[in-house]
Design a binder for this molecule. Sequence first.
Ligand code: PRX
Length: 654
Amino acid sequence: MNEIDALLTEERKFPPPPKFVANAVVNDPAIYDEAERDPEAYWAREAARLEWIQPWTQVLDWTPPHFKWFVGGKLNAAANCVDRHALGPRRDKPALIWEGEPGDKRTITYGELYSEVTRFANALKSLGVTKGDRVAVYLPLIPEAAIAMLACARIGAIHSVVFGGFSPDSLRDRIIDAEARVLITADGGYRRGGVVALKANADKALAETPSIEHVVVVQRNHGTSSEQISCSMQQPRDLWWHELMQKAPEGGDPVPMDAEDILYILYTSGTTGNPKGVVHTTGGYMTAVTSTTRNVFDLREDDVFWCTADVGWVTGHSYLVYGPLSNGATCVMYEGAPDWPDKDRFWALIAKHKITILYTAPTAIRAFMKWGDQYPARHDLSSLRLLGSVGEPINPEAWIWYSRHIGHDRCPIVDTWWQTETGSIVISPLPGITSTKPGSATFPLPGCSADLLDSNGRSIPVGGGLLALTRPIPSMLRTVWGDDERYRKTYFSKWPGRPDLYFPGDGAKRDEEGFYWILGRVDDVLNVAGHRIGTMEVESALVEHPAVAEAAVVGKAHELKGQALAAFVTVRASHQSSPELATELKQFVADKIGAIARPDDIIFAADLPKTRSGKIMRRLLRDIAEGRALGDTTTLADAAVVEGLKQQYESLEP
Ligand code: PRX
C-alpha cells in the first residue's frame, strides 16, 4: 500500500520569464550541483554574506540528532541588520515603511533604525537585562516590534514574541515557560477598526507570572483614535517606552554572540500538549535567512519588499525582520486587516508604496478570490515583479488566480515550504532558474536535502510518502526550550535507528520530474477503503470549481469504507449555495480524481475555522463531522465559526 496516494495530476508548467532570468540574482543552475557536491562549502559561502566578529573554525559539527553550525564563530544579528547599513552606504535608505490600520504612517531609515535600536538596547540594559535573559514581546505590528527584537539581539537577550492576537492565558503560559524577566507590550493595537487592549490582556497574564520584573508599554493607541482604551500602569513595575527612550543614549557596541548562542524562542503549537518553545541560534539562523531572502526573493537594492505576516509568527521573524534587514532591504509593514476599511486595502498599499515583492499566505489569497476580482482591479499593481506564498499548500486554482489577478501573468510565484522549526525556506523555486507548477513548492533549495520515505525509511522516488529532511540546515531548531527529550521525540524518532532524519510531520508526493507537492500534515491523511488520501488534493479539486473559494476536507468514520469524506466549502461572492450545487460538487470531485474521493457530505459554510495564523483547523471539523464534542478551541481565531457549522451539520443529519 502506498504511504499516501497521489491523486491529482497537474500538467501546467511555467518556465521563468526570459526577461526575469536575464536580471535574476541567481540564474545559473550549476548552484544546485555545487551545493549538492559540498553542502558545507555552500553554506560557508552563504555565511560570508554576514559580518562576523570572529571567524568560525568548523562549518558543521553533527552528532545526530544534534548539530552546530559555524562553530567558534562570533557575530551579532542586530549589527548585521542595522549597523552595517546605517554606518555604511544605506544610512538614508528606508528600512521600514510602516502603515497603521487607521492610516497613520512612518518611514524609518537605516540611520534612524540604528538610533532607535541602540537606544532601546541601552534602555533594556538600564533595566538590568543582560545576555541570555528572556524578554517577552506582545505588540501590535508596529515598528517598535522590530526595534524591540533587534534591541534584544544587540545585547544578547533572548526574545520570545507572542502574537498580539493571543489570549492572556496563552501569553501567561509562554512567559512562564521561558521565565521572561521583561515584557514589552502596548496600550492597544488596531484590528478591523477596533482596538485590541493589549496591556489589559497582559495585566491578566501578569497576575500569574512572577518572573516578570518590568513591563515596557508603547503608547500606540494614544492620540491615534477617538476610541481611547484605559491602560493602567503599576508602579514601579510598568514603564512607558517613550519615557525610557528619552533617557536612553544612542550607540554602544553590540554584544559578540557565539554562533550557537540563542537568538530567540518562538512558541508553536503541537498537535497535543503545551506549545513548544522552538529554539533558534544566531549564526546558522542568520546565514540561512539572509541567504534565502536574497536568493528566493531575488532581492535587489531598489526592491520594496512586503511580507504580510505578523512578527508573532516565524514568517515575520525571518522575512519581515531578520532576512530583509540583514540584506539592507526596504520593508513594508502593515498593522491591520486586509479588509479594512475595504477589501482592497492590500492592493491600495501596493500601489501607494510601489511594492515590488509580495509574500503572503494561501488563506489570504483564497479570501481575495472569494471577495472577487474587482478589488485588485481597482489598483495599479504594475510595480510588482515577484509573488510568494507560504503557510499551507496553495491549491492550483488559487495559484493561477494569484498569478493572473495580482501578478498579471508577469510575476514568477515562489511557493515556499518551511516551518517554524526550520527557521527559513527549505523547498521553493529559485525564480530565475526553476520552472513552476501550480501547487508544487518544486525542489529543495541548494544546501537543503529532502527525501520522501515510507514508514520503514525506504525512499519513494515517485508517489506519495512522508517528507524527511536528510541533512541539518543551518537555521533549523536546536532544541525545544527546556525539553530536549521532546525535541528528539517529535522530530528525530519517526524512523527508528535513524536520528539523522528530521521528520517535519508533513506528507508529500514527488512526480516523475522530481517536483515536490506538499500534501499537508500526516495527521490529516484519510484512509478511505484502504486508500490513503491527503486532504490537499481533494480540496484542490473542489477549488477548481468556479463556485468554490475554499474547501476543507476531513474524514468521518464509515462502516464499510473505514472513513468517508466530508467537505466543508465556502462559496465565492458571485455564486450561491444550493442542494444542486452540493450534488454537482460531489460529481465534480469524482470526475477529477475518481469515485474514491467523492465526498459523502458537502457542507456550505460562510467561513472555515482557522488558527490565528490562518491555517484551517481540520481537527475541529473532524469533531463536527463525527458528532463529537469539540476538542481544544483555544487556538481558534473565531469561535463563532465552529459553533455555527456544528449546528448546521447537525441539522443535515437524518
Ligand atoms: O504543513 C506545512 C505548512 O505549514 C507547516 C508549518 O507551519 P508553521 O510552523 O506555522 O510555519 C508557517 C510558516 C513557515 C508546514 O509543516 N506549510 C508551510 N508552507 C507551506 C506549507 N504547506 C504547503 N506548502 C507550503 N508552501
